[in-house]
Design a protein around this ligand. Sequence first.
Ligand code: AMP
Length: 402
Amino acid sequence: MSATRVLVLNSGSSSVKYQLLDMRDSSRLAMGLVERIGEQSSRLKHTPQGGGSREWTGPIADHDAALKAVAEELAKDGLGLDSPELAAIGHRVVHGGKTFTEPTVIDEAVLAEIERLIPVAPLHNPANLTGIRTARALRPDLPQVAVFDTAFHTTMPESAARYAIDVETADAHRVRRYGFHGTSHAYVSRATAKLLGKAPEDVNVIVLHLGNGASASAVRAGRCVDTSMGLTPLEGLVMGTRSGDMDPAVIFHLMRVGKMSTDEIDTLLNKKSGLIGLCGDNDMREIRRRVDEGDEQAKLAFDIYIHRLKKYIGAYYAVLGQVDAIAFTAGVGENAAPVREAAVAGLEPLGLAVDDALNAVRSDEPRLISPADARVAVAVVPTDEELEIATQTYALVGEESN
Ligand code: AMP
């Protein structure tokens, strides 16, 4: 029997998200989430293909217990991890540094390198490693693949990847712009080319991944040439809870004058800034509701969000020179028509516009929202990071296992 299934694991510090896909038709056989690992009230939600979710609440001590619980749920649907149809496990790994430019089959050396990158990804890489080690213990014989959030951005030229700081200091501490959400940017830029009926090599695309975390990228002929996140996901756009771009001297000022500690400022900029810092809400639905009711604070937060977004559209337009499409994706990008409208408003001289009727359509399908005669296509392209991870994983190991 040929092995055509791929399990995708996205391990956070206290959560594991998973999807089981059949690569013959990219169908989702099951998906789910384990949350609050290590607490008394851990929760597992498992949804098999065709619906009928099962939920379970109780203590799940660690990632090992979480993955075993997931394996049990999958087994109930006849999809156990011991199945010969399982070809591989694909892991989302946040930081691959400069080393990992492609998805990589995991061995001890790869694990050691992901570990070596912990100083640049202290929150994410340890959790990703725990997920990988647990899955390897469960199925030591199965190929496991790391798919890195940074990999798509490793094609950035040095002129975009380097900060203008002392080169020796930067290199000693691996300080450079890595970018994140790469799996999404890769998937969406390719899906946008497909929507235009062209090959990825034949189009230049600006991808706007607007979720709770948000990033923009400039993709020339299928290769990333710039992206808005940097050493960490803090740089760039205004996000749900992150500030994005700022004068770095704000940090010294808060330390010297505000007497704040490094950790306090880290929390301020990553968790209490962006939309939530500006208006107390980070959900764009709630912000729009407040704007429509005339709430001035929500309106200012929205305007700051849009102003930054426009600056990046303009910047990446200039970086690319010729732009074929702008693609909106992720929670806000796929759902918030007012954000899309405001982001391109006034940019008609650049060939950018949205058609109000098309922009108002709600759909899960990739679609164009620009007027038929527009010079630059404006598209809504739902992202699918799990499918992309599964596709990359299967491309690497699928043939060997058949
Ligand atoms: P993500 O990180 O991609 O899951 O995106 C989550 C964010 O998407 C939420 O915090 C909301 O701000 C936004 N979002 C989700 N659904 C909608 C919607 N229907 N309208 C506007 N924003 C939405």
